[in-house]
Design a protein around this ligand. Sequence first.
Ligand SMILES: [Zn+2]
Length: 75
Amino acid sequence: MKVECPNCKKNVEWSSASQFRPFCSKQCQLIDLGEWANEEKAIPCAANKDQELLALPDIEDIEALLAEQGDDFFQ
Ligand SMILES: [Zn+2]
């Protein structure tokens, strides 16, 4: 069975002899792991931003809620 190296698309034999499978070499494995690590670092920042955005309701939603409450809400 052969697989494609995710980095350089070279055919790699899927066997215990291919130490770095699915990568063709340690170099390709390290390059891919490095890219993965960079993405990992980026994801929490993006997730936090999304959470902050979700935590802050849209001003129009607040105004709509206040309008639904009616005048009694402000007394
Ligand atoms: Zn490769």
